[in-house]
Design a protein around this ligand. Structure first.
Ligand SMILES: Nc1ncnc2c1ncn2[C@@H]1O[C@H](COP(=O)(O)OP(=O)(O)O)[C@@H](O)[C@H]1O
Ligand SMILES: [Mg+2]
Length: 319
């Protein structure tokens, strides 16, 4: 449990069943527990399809877990009426153009956020608040009269951030907020999120398939593989005391700017077909793991604390 805990998930499960067929379900989130402290940025990393979005949505109860418990600020919200919580718990989506209604003016999009935050404002006050919010995300007041389609992807994501901020949240799930953007916009948006967080003492769950982005922004990091958390630790644990072979594989694929160093290192391939070749009885990383031993095929490795605050789910963790 994190000190000063804001959010805790215990043994969350979400399986998706394909159209009533008897097939094995997709175990999108399988027995995941985590704890996020007030004011921290918890980074969630893993390849596409590993269950990051599903976990983020479960925490906000945008989808319902089949098993497990969610505790927010000391209150069990697993089955609670979420309406009073919506203001406090916001989400910023991966694809800004799809998450903004193209038929709404920016000021009405932001007004939705303000209403979510319980602020019932007249026309003039709404426009004043919208102007301030737009300026806080690096846009200009007059942008409120325009429609989302008139903006670039980076600007649309700024509008999405202004909408989330309008609700005056405490906790924001940032679900791959820069993945759909041009590289040249990515660091601007990440920096904007970092600044907003400092200013408002927010808490983030920051989701990305890109470990270098997660490392840049996060205090602690959780690595997901096929619906399970396989390693959790602070940034130093993850980089300097890497315990899970899958984390090591992710790290070996982070681009290094120096071409000599980059060529010299050993990269563990990530994008191989065996990702679909799931081992259902033991460790799900079995078929790809360079360190696998026969027992890994039979035993599901639990997420265990291997040093204070550093957790790993591997029978043969590397430290
Ligand atoms: N609504 C859904 N119905 C069926 N399968 C889903 C649904 N949402 C997600 N999945 C499946 O669950 C797995 C995890 O998906 P997701 O949480 O989106 O992963 P990520 O965000 O890490 O890419 C994937 O195999 C995906 O196809
Ligand atoms: Mg996703």
């Amino acid at each position: 449990m994190a000190d000063n805990e804001l959010l805790r998930a215990q043994s969350l499960q979400k399986y998706f069943y394909a159209n009533g067929k008897k097939n094995e379900p997709v175990k999108a989130v399988d027995n995941v527990s985590l704890s996020i402290a007030k004011g921290e940025t918890f980074g969630l990393v893993g390849e596409s399809g590993s269950g990051k979005t599903t976990l983020g949505r479960l925490l906000l109860r945008l989808i319902e877990p089949q098993k497990g418990r969610i505790v927010y600020n000391g209150t069990d919200i697993t089955r609670a009426d979420m309406r009073p919580m919506r203001r406090k718990m916001q989400i910023i989506f991966q694809n800004p153009s799809a998450s903004l209604d193209p038929a709404m003016r920016v000021k009405d999009i932001i007004a939705e956020g303000l209403r979510c935050g319980g602020r019932r404002l007249g026309k003039k006050e709404t426009e004043e608040a919208a102007a301030e919010l737009l300026e806080s995300v690096g846009l200009v007041a007059d942008d409120m009269y325009r429609y989302p389609g008139e903006f670039s992807g980076g600007q649309q994501q700024r509008i999405g951030i202004a909408r989330a901020r309008a609700a005056d949240p405490e906790f924001i799930v940032c679900d791959e907020p820069v993945s759909a953007l041009d590289v040249s916009y990515q660091s601007q948006i990440v920096n904007l999120l970092v600044d907003l967080k400092k200013e408002r003492q927010l808490t983030y769950l920051f989701i990305s398939h890109d470990l270098s982005v997660v490392m840049h922004i996060s205090d602690r990091v959780g690595v997901m593989y096929m619906g399970r958390l396989v390693e959790v630790g602070n940034r130093e644990d993850i980089v300097l005391r890497t315990a899970h072979p899958y984390t090591a594989a992710l790290l070996s694929n982070i681009p290094i700017p120096d071409p000599k160093l980059s060529r010299a290192r050993v990269r563990v391939p990530l994008d191989v077909d065996s990702v679909y070749n799931e081992n259902t009885e033991g460790c799900r990383y079995f078929s790809r793991c360079p360190k696998a031993r026969p027992e890994c095929k039979q035993t599901v490795p639990e997420l265990k604390e291997i040093s204070p605050g550093h957790f790993c789910a591997c029978l043969f963790s590397q430290n």
